[in-house]
Design a protein around this ligand. Structure first.
Ligand code: SF4
Ligand code: SF4
Length: 373
């Protein structure tokens, strides 16, 4: 790797911002646990944060609403926003930086020139490609050009949020601006998709922590998402799951089932087909998530979720336990399924641990990557 932009470690900078050691260690422990690492690997995470130079990052914003940045800036987690802003050497961010105009565009050009292959490119939003990309411009240049130019010499690319990962609402039919997610525009670079509208702040910090610690992208699923955070369905950890299994569903927003907190499947919940960490990590420092507030999951971390509607209409592809089925019967079937799932997860985790390697072009997500467990 090329000479880093800043020799300071993440911990150095966190300390300067008043984060004490107890909070720092707590963050390392909870993040390691969220990443699925065993306790013996916590010292490795701590050591990386204490000793490795921060990761230099150029953070671009295309067609988007900035909700990914808002996710960690507004996080109630005491350390999440400090981690994202401080564990990376955020050398260019056209939303958060104070400077503007030609000066910052020159900074971006300088960073690319002086550190080829030595920086991460983080992208929030996607690029419109219709009519030469004129529907999103930065400093008089199309975002498409800025993206391609910055990606060329990046070490790896993080596509934050659903806009960058799968196109989100901008790319929904009829997609008048020709908006395309990052992986459809750039090839030959390792790309990690971190979808969600927005992604959970702790998932963002977890991805950055992993890259800093192991100098590689984590294991990805078939659509380029880190399996450690997108390896389970919302449905698998949902606290309303017992009602699904028992065939007890909300049928109207104000019925008795809604008041009793029954399953939202019949109200269009996409939890059974959506892979994300919302039901176990939750939002706002673990306070709650949409289903906890009485609204079904709309599947925001899945590809083309805006076109997978209409929302509020039940999924037809999911076998629903009928009230005539006994909970015992369902429980037995689910028990076998869970055992198979746990076995598959364990095998994949062990295989991954044995095959850790530095970031390479092979980390680029492809259609034939391992299927989601
Ligand atoms: S269908 Fe939705 S509300 Fe019901 S258990 Fe699954 S994730 Fe939870
Ligand atoms: S619960 Fe579903 S729609 Fe809501 S943030 Fe999580 S994945 Fe997205």
């Amino acid at each position: 790797m090329n000479k880093p932009f800043s020799p300071a470690s993440t911990y150095d900078v966190l300390r300067q911002h008043g984060i004490d050691r107890r909070d720092f260690l707590q963050f390392c422990i909870t993040t390691a646990a969220a990443m699925g690492l065993d306790a013996a690997m916590v010292p490795q995470v701590v050591s990386a944060m204490e000793t490795k130079p921060r990761i230099p990052v150029i953070w671009l914003h295309g067609l988007e609403c900035t909700c990914c940045s808002e996710s960690f800036i507004r996080s109630s987690h005491p350390i999440a926003q400090d981690i994202v802003l401080n564990m990376i050497s955020l050398d260019y961010d056209d939303t958060l930086q104070a400077a503007a105009g030609f000066q910052v565009e020159e900074i971006r050009q300088k960073l690319i020139k002086e550190h080829p292959g030595g920086y991460l490119l983080a992208v929030e939003g996607n690029a419109p490609t219709a009519d030469g990309g004129v529907y999103c411009t930065v400093g008089g240049n199309t975002f498409l050009n800025v993206l391609m130019e910055t990606a060329e010499h990046a070490k790896a690319i993080i596509a934050w949020g659903s806009c960058a990962s799968n196109g989100c609402v901008q790319a929904a039919r009829p997609n008048p601006t020709g908006a395309k997610p990052i992986h459809e525009l750039i090839s030959g670079k390792p790309i990690i998709n971190v979808p969600g509208c927005p992604p959970i702040a702790e998932v963002m910090t977890g991805v950055l922590t992993y890259i800093l610690t192991f100098d590689e992208l984590p294991e990805l699923d078939r659509i380029g998402r880190p399996k450690m955070f997108y390896g389970q369905r919302i449905h698998d950890k949902c606290y309303r799951r017992a009602f699904f299994d028992a065939g007890q569903f909300v049928e109207a927003w104000d019925d008795e089932g809604a008041r009793k907190g029954w399953c939202l499947y019949k109200m269009g919940c996409r939890g059974p087909t959506t892979y994300n960490s919302c039901s176990n990590m939750k939002w706002n420092g673990g306070v709650s998530f949409p289903i906890g507030s009485g609204h079904g999951c709309i599947g925001c971390s899945e590809a083309n979720f805006w076109d997978n509607g209409p929302f509020y209409q039940r999924l037809s592809s999911v076998v629903v336990p009928g009230i005539e089925a006994t909970p015992d019967k369902i429980g037995a079937v689910l028990g076998v399924a869970t055992a198979i799932g746990v076995g598959a997860h364990l095998t994949a985790t062990v295989a991954h641990r044995l095959s850790r390697k530095p970031i390479t072009d092979k980390d680029q997500p492809t259609a034939d990557k391992t299927e989601q467990e």
